[in-house]
Design a protein around this ligand. Structure first.
Ligand code: 6GU
Length: 228
């Protein structure tokens, strides 16, 4: 997989890809992440990347020329499965969409800033608009980092234990069950007996029951429309 990210603040995306799972995916050659500075495409003599909106609205909009040129330039080099605009009014990201996108070859992520981007780009060039939740961020960069992390960890070979991405919260539509580690008694707090029993069937049944109980208590909305 290859992910190209267009941003006016490339520095914001340095840290997240330099550690942990995404770094492992990059180091193993399973994903390429390219962060591009929109200013590099600006024809303006001051490399300006924002512009005033038509009408009476306050604030600024990402300028048309550098953004459209950047997208066109990248598209001339390869085909993209999706050109994604990160925006709070997009589709709220959830695991099924991440799973689907993880099968892509090339993805382009556009980080919004200011009051957003020209609607004509959204109408004609952007193929998917995603939000990471109902709150407002100062720009799309952190959302792009979230999406990239969620995608990369699903790529085969990135996570050592091939089954562990599938046992995550949400992968089966349920929250994950609680986990415990050694010692069996710590500070007087005991690990549930069943986990120490060595009975794999009993442990599986207990974990399933816990996942369901936790989902019912915390996220009953996830169970709507399921017959359990
Ligand atoms: Cl994708 N962008 C911004 N600016 N704010 C957000 C968001 C995206 N998702 C949730 N809030």
């Amino acid at each position: 997989m290859r992910i190209d990210i267009l941003t006016v603040l490339p520095g914001l995306l340095k840290g997240p890809f330099d550690e942990s799972i995404v770094k492992r995916g990059i180091d193993k050659g399973l994903v390429e992440v390219h962060v591009h500075n929109l200013r590099d495409w600006s024809n303006n003599k001051h490399n300006k990347v924002d512009d005033a909106p038509f009408g009476t609205a306050a604030g600024m909009v990402l300028a048309m020329q550098p953004l459209h040129d950047a997208i066109t330039d990248l598209q001339s080099q390869r085909d993209y499965d999706e050109v994604i605009f990160l925006t709070p009014d997009g589709e709220t990201l959830a695991q099924p969409r991440v799973n689907q996108l993880s099968l892509s070859g090339n993805l382009m992520l556009i980080c919004g800033h200011y009051k957003g981007i020209d609607q004509r780009l959204r109408d004609h060039v952007i193929t998917l608009e995603l939000s990471i939740g109902d709150y407002v961020l100062s720009g799309g960069e952190l959302a792009a980092a979230v999406l990239t992390d969620a995608l990369v960890r699903l790529l085969p070979g990135v996570i050592g234990d091939e089954t562990s991405a599938l046992s995550d919260s949400f992968q089966d539509g349920l929250l994950a069950p609680p986990v415990y580690t050694r010692p069996a008694v710590y500070n007087g707090w005991k690990v549930p007996d069943v986990l120490l029993s060595g009975n794999h069937a009993a442990i599986d049944a207990w974990q399933e029951e816990q996942a369901l109980a936790r989902t019912k208590a915390r996220r009953p909305d996830l169970l709507e429309g399921r017959d359990l």
